[in-house]
Design a protein around this ligand. Structure first.
Ligand SMILES: [Zn+2]
Length: 96
């Protein structure tokens, strides 16, 4: 897997090595191959959320489903929109 260099934005990078830290986290050591840059860094990649459920879930591995995240995000957006509406209605009351 190639990553963008955070400094020169080159895609000419190479994963030198990687290590499985846990069931959901992999640590990768990446080097930028742009000769004018040469930056190297460590990345910790984790399984953020599930897109499809596994056929055989491993015991103890908990990865939130994207639908749960979508529901939480929708609830936060609804709450924010409601707060804006309430603020507007209060502001409107003071001006009238
Ligand atoms: Zn670079």
């Amino acid at each position: 897997m190639r990553f963008h260099c955070p400094h020169c934005n080159s895609q000419n990078t190479k994963t030198r090595s990687s290590l499985r830290v846990s069931a959901t986290v992999t640590r990768a050591y990446v080097q930028c191959r742009n000769s004018a840059c040469g930056f190297s860094w460590r990345m910790d990649c984790h399984a953020a959320f599930a897109l499809t459920p596994p056929a055989k879930p491993a015991p103890g591995v908990l990865i939130p489903s994207s639908t749960l995240i979508d529901r939480k995000r929708a609830a936060r957006q609804q709450a924010a929109a409601h707060a804006i509406e309430v603020a507007r209605s209060h502001r409107g009351g003071r001006c009238a």
